[in-house]
Each structure stands twice: as structure tokens, then as C-alpha cells.
Design a protein around this ligand. Sequence first.
Ligand SMILES: [Zn+2]
Length: 321
Amino acid sequence: MSLPSFESIYGQPALWKSLKQGFENGSAVHAFLFVGDRGSGKRTAALVCAAAVLCEGADKPCGACKACKQVFGGVHPDLVRLGAEGASSIGIAAVRSLQETMRTKPYEAKCRAILLEDAQLLTQDAQNALLKTLEEPQEGNVLFLLCSQLEGLLPTVQSRCRLIRMGRLSKEEMRRGLADRGVPPERAEELFAASGGNLGRALEMHADPEYARMAERCVGLLEGLRAPEELPAALDSLKDMEKDRQLRRAFLEAMELLCQRLLRRSLGLPDCGGSALPRRDFTSERIHSMMDAIVWARKRLNANISWAAAVEPLLKRIIGG
Ligand SMILES: [Zn+2]
């Protein structure tokens, strides 16, 4: 497969075309903020932009020059990448050390490209420190912030970056993306529906035989779990996930996708079709509170709390009342 380029990003072709022009004629801004769910392609898109910053060719990123190959091979000396690396936050020390780096000259290219992942995990202090860099851009540095949600990022940080929202793919774009990766076309419809137009998730689901079973289990809970006295049995039914990180992740993911589809239904928006939704009606407030509980559970699992304690609030919100 050839190296990624602006043309190979699925969805929003006009956006990528205008960004490409900006990098080619030197009019691009110094800070970008990519927002999108896990699997939405924000990292790939940001990497293509970083390659465009560092590329030595005319058609940026050309995919043929040394710089492009180094970027996509993960070894370009002027591509700086940092993120939370599994920690629950990114502190001020990391930002200070980045600012130190930004004051130095790039090694090989005219410019340095910086990918800061998990930006939603920057502490308030770290964001305030970063703000200075965003307000007075250090010549020769282009910053790409990546985050899964804008909540948690100071409005002042957001407003000083060019915001790039990774959209959901249309059915047709998804079909193309899956076909390009060798997924049989007969699976496209189902994966499109189940992933909510998120290609990364669709590919994960395709690769994971556990997924279909997991979605079924989640529908079972959403449909059946209605009374507080059923809580212990429900917790017990999730015991197999206790020691299995993969299963826990698949469970929370499947639950989140079902909640997103339930929310669309509660707002009277069309469903993407496909796998069955529970018939039970949830108010949008309740669905939002369930989605909050999913985010909370993920955070707690990162902090090494027990699976039962992490998932219990979610089950309670499914019960409601
Ligand atoms: Zn190049």
C-alpha cells in the first residue's frame, strides 16, 4: 500500500484539499486541533499534515522524498510526538520540555512538526502553559493537537487552533475504505451500521470475532436490566471480563455505540440500520448519563480500580429510577 496522502483520507475531500493547498503555498496556520473519536482517523490525518510540513517535494506530502518516508516510518528527527502514554493526564512538565525543544532549531527540515496526542488529558496548568505558545507562535514549529473530545480543553486553547473535526463517513466512503483494506463487500453494511461510520472501529470489529457476541450481550442488558435487585446477577454475568482487558474494552465500546444509536433514535434521527436495537425507550437524559458512566468506567479502569466497581454505575443508570 502506498503512503497516506490527503487524497487517501476518507470523507471531507474539500477540507483536505484546502489544507494541502495551505501547506503548499505556506499559508497554513501554526496550530491545529483535530477532534474525533478513537478510530476516526485523526492520527493518520494529522500525520499526513505533519508530512506535508516536512516534505521536500512540491506535491505535499509527495510520499516519495526522504522526509515523507521518515515521517511515515516514524523516524523523522523533526517530527516530535508526545501523548499521555497510558497515564491519566499530561502535566505542565511535559509542556515545558516541549517548549524547550521548540526554541531550538530543527535538525533537517526548515520546520518542526509536533503531534500532541490525548490533548483532552492536559491538566489546566499544562494548558495555561501551552496557551503562551499558541499566543506567540515560535517560528519554525507547527503544532497538531489531537483529542477525542473538546470538553476539558480551555476555550482559549480551542480558539487559538484551527479546528478540524473528523466526521462520520458516509455509507459509500465506508464501503470504499473497507474494500481498500480487503474486507468482503457483504460485510460493509453491517460494519457501517455497527461502527457509526467510524472506519477504524469498523476494521477492529471486522478483525474481532468477539464483537458480534458483545453487541448482543449489551442489547441483552439494555433490554432486560430493569430492577435494582437484578444488579448483582448482571454484575456476575460480566465476570468473564474481569481479567480480560480486550473484552472490557469491547464491552464498553459496544455499549457506547448502542447508546449513540439510541440517542439518535430518541432525537428522532434516522438510525444507520443494521444490528438490532433494544426496543426499550430511554430518555435522552438517561442515555447521556449512561454515556458519562462509560467514560467514567474507562477512566477508572486506567486507574486500576476493579472491573465491578468501574462498571456498576453504568448498570445502575441502565436500571434508572
Ligand atoms: Zn515528500
